[in-house]
Design a protein around this ligand. Structure first.
Ligand SMILES: Nc1ncnc2c1ncn2[C@@H]1O[C@H](COP(=O)(O)OP(=O)(O)O)[C@@H](O)[C@H]1O
Ligand SMILES: [Mg+2]
Length: 423
């Protein structure tokens, strides 16, 4: 199990050292040696926050400084090869831009996630920058087949950043921009999968077995995040990539996780830890107390009220499963603005009934299990949601059609007819 505690202390150390303040102006490299300056200008990995801590700028100690110099030399040498070739923008979200790159050193396609240019110059975005560095740290430390793997930070010259993102940062003011190096995820987001099926096949949702196969993989993610005391806070179809399985799964992956992935025939990979936090009152640095953060359709009331807890992610998994089956999240029947307003003014809503959305041929036992799953994930009271995620896995696994997803690829789904429309 990885130590997330150390990432907290990193984050604290960074704050204490005023790092996020410096980062705003791109001066994170201030005080570095000629090696690291050369390296960051040429776009190599050095210096990372971890590297800086080791180097002793923030921590201290001659042995660490020596290690830092040797890493700096390595970075300088790597930089001569222009290690990363930026190819094209592959995504942009509310907090930044993702660019596809080719890593010449490792001979692999990778992705770089940049913050918004504004985040580097506007003091109002200091919290967002703190979360950006936390995301880099979390992705690097976590290791799970259903979670996007990160490889630390890269400093990219501002000119290159401007060219690829269309931003207009002044290189005089901000010499280099940090980017999170990540594995490149081949596939389609769950959001696009849902849209595709609605557009091309006029289905409201994906097949139930496919949705439950995804929910099982997300449950594995939650189990792992709990072990590491992390809350994702932004689980939604837009932040899940459905990746084709090209090869046998690594045998170091726990057997039941492998079975879960193999039975769906696709790997659901969770990414975007941009608003993730540690459990407990101390864990939410970078968000003011009482501030709701997340995506209204997929977050429960308590999260909207700034009290996200581990059970909040359980709600999100229920909401995603609901959307897979019905085509809309449980709260998706009004526009997002209204939903947000509802949270602050309206009394908690009861868990909706799934039955009207299920095809008539779903066995009664399965209908009951599905309703039980929704009752225990979408419940307005977090204490009434699954505390033991093993039970959620069991419930999902006990559905008669789960594990038969391989036979129901896109284009072969049984027609889903809403019962109410049949009448
Ligand atoms: N590692 C990756 N590989 C491939 N595409 C990615 C990767 N990371 C992000 N993307 C694409 O970029 C989009 C935005 O990334 P995300 O991390 O969600 O940013 P934001 O925090 O701005 O929402 C995603 O919806 C996805 O399509
Ligand atoms: Mg996102």
């Amino acid at each position: 199990m990885l130590s997330v505690q150390s990432s907290v202390s990193n984050a604290r150390a960074q704050r204490q050292a005023g790092l996020s303040q410096k980062a705003k102006t791109g001066l994170i490299v201030a005080g570095s040696t000629v090696f690291s300056s050369a390296a960051y200008l040429l776009g190599t990995r050095w210096p990372t926050i971890g590297g800086m801590l080791e180097f002793g700028i923030l921590g201290g100690g001659i042995p660490l400084a020596l290690k830092g110099i040797s890493l700096g030399v390595k970075g300088y040498i790597e930089s001569k090869k222009y290690r990363f070739n930026l190819e094209r923008v592959i995504g942009s979200g509310a907090m930044g831009t993702v660019v596809r790159v080719y890593d010449r050193l490792e001979e692999k396609t990778r992705a770089l996630k940049f913050p918004l240019g504004e985040m580097l110059i506007n003091p109002d975005y200091r919290d967002a920058m703190t979360r950006f560095y936390f995301e880099a740290d979390v992705c690097e430390r976590l290791s799970h087949p259903n979670i996007l793997k990160g490889h630390g930070l890269l400093w990219v010259p501002t000119k290159v950043f401007n060219r690829f993102t269309g931003e207009k940062l002044d290189p005089g003011q901000v010499p280099a921009v940090p980017a999170i190096i990540m594995d490149y995820l081949e596939g389609m987001t769950l959001r696009d999968k849902i849209s595709q099926i609605q557009r091309d096949l006029y289905h409201e949702g994906l097949s139930i077995s496919y949705g439950c196969g995804i929910a099982l993989q997300l449950t594995e993610v939650l189990i792992y995040l709990r072990e590491n005391k992390l809350i994702h806070r932004d689980l939604k179809p837009d932040n899940i990539m459905m990746c084709p399985l090209h090869e046998m799964l690594d045998t170091s992956i726990p057997q039941d996780v492998r079975v879960t992935i193999a039975s769906l025939g696709e790997r659901a990979v969770v990414f975007d830890f941009g608003v993730a936090r540690l459990e407990g009152p101390e864990g939410g640095f970078g968000t003011r107390t009482g501030m709701g953060i997340g995506s209204p359709y997929y977050m429960p009331d308590e999260q909207w009220k700034g009290k996200a807890q581990k059970e909040s992610d359980v709600y999100s998994v229920g909401a995603i499963l609901w959307e897979c089956i019905t085509g809309k999240p449980p709260r998706g029947y009004i526009n997002e603005g209204e939903t947000a307003l509802d949270y602050s003014t309206r009394a908690a809503q009861p868990v909706p009934a799934i039955e009207p959305f299920l095809p008539i041929d779903v066995p009664l036992a399965d209908k009951e299990i599905l309703q039980k799953i929704f009752n225990n994930t979408l419940h307005p009271d977090p204490r009434m949601r699954y505390q033991n995620l093993g039970l959620l896995k069991e419930d999902l696994g006990s559905l008669s059609f789960v594990g038969r997803a391989q036979q129901t690829r896109i284009g072969q789904f049984p027609t889903l007819v809403r019962q109410e429309e049949e009448k």
